[in-house]
Design a protein around this ligand. Structure first.
Ligand code: 13P
Length: 253
């Protein structure tokens, strides 16, 4: 059975104190209502919060994720944080290729390919983000854009390495806009991604890969999105910062 994931992406929000409160509240909910074994919560949090929050959550149900890493292994790169450092403070997942990183930090598919390799070497599971911009959807180019992102950053991996990847489809026009993709639009893209994986690797591997939807996902629209056959959960921005709303989303997994 595929793993279903409710992943929060806190982005550059919360002080450490607020973050600990939020993580504790989610842990408390899960203590009362343990998740089935194929379901997992992942908290994508700022670097500064990783070590302390790892101490607060039970890895049985909740994993901690970083939101980025350096594209170099180590060395004279002032201000950068390596995959190895992230693994050493207890994170198990890492968001790679978020559209905000692509847009504001000019990360290319080639950069992301390198980052994915560095993460896998450290046994960090990439949550690899793909998705088209508004003008690309308006020109009906969403499938070619997403295919190129996968081809250039992931499809060089062998099947064993690829099996550790989680994919997040996040149409850029839906992020932080309150305008989510319809369940049909999201399902269509998730199915397309799964077919590409089946073609590149195998139908079995495609069937086992977790594909998350992200972009204005909230407690109101998650039920319909998560009920689509190829949607295995969500990568949640704004709504993951609101304790009760994120808990409602976890319940819908
Ligand atoms: P929002 O849920 O705030 O639209 O953000 C989505 C996102 O970017 C998750 O990575």
């Amino acid at each position: 059975m595929r793993t279903r994931i409710a992943a929060g992406n806190w982005k550059m929000n919360t002080t450490l104190q607020d973050g600990i409160e939020l993580a504790k509240a989610i842990q408390q909910f899960i203590n009362n209502f343990p998740l089935e074994s194929h379901k997992r919560v992942v908290l994508g949090i700022p670097f500064t919060h990783i070590y302390p929050i790892v101490q607060e959550v039970d890895y049985k149900h909740i994993s901690v994720a970083a939101q980025n890493c350096a594209k170099w292994e180590k060395g004279a790169y002032t201000g950068e944080v390596s995959a190895e450092m992230i693994r050493s403070v207890g994170a198990h997942y890492i968001i790679i290729g978020h559209s905000e990183r692509r847009q504001y930090f000019h990360e290319t598919n080639e950069d992301l390919k390198t980052k994915v390799e560095l993460c896998l070497k450290q046994s960090l599971r990439p949550i690899f983000c793909v998705g088209e911009k508004l003008d690309e959807r308006e020109q009906n180019k969403q499938f070619e854009v997403v295919e190129k992102q996968l081809q250039e950053s992931l499809f060089h991996l062998d099947a064993e390495h690829f099996s550790h990847i989680v994919i997040a489809y996040e149409p850029v026009w839906a992020i932080g806009t309150g305008k989510n993709a319809t369940p049909q639009q999201a399902q269509e893209m998730h199915m397309f991604i799964r077919q590409l994986i089946a073609k590149r690797y195998s139908p079995t591997l495609a069937n086992n890969i977790t594909i998350l939807y992200g972009g204005s996902c909230n407690a109101q629209n998650a039920a319909l999105l998560f009920s689509q056959p190829d949607i295995d959960g969500g990568l949640i921005g704004g709504a993951s910062l609101k304790t009760n709303e994120f808990i409602e989303i976890i319940k819908l997994l």
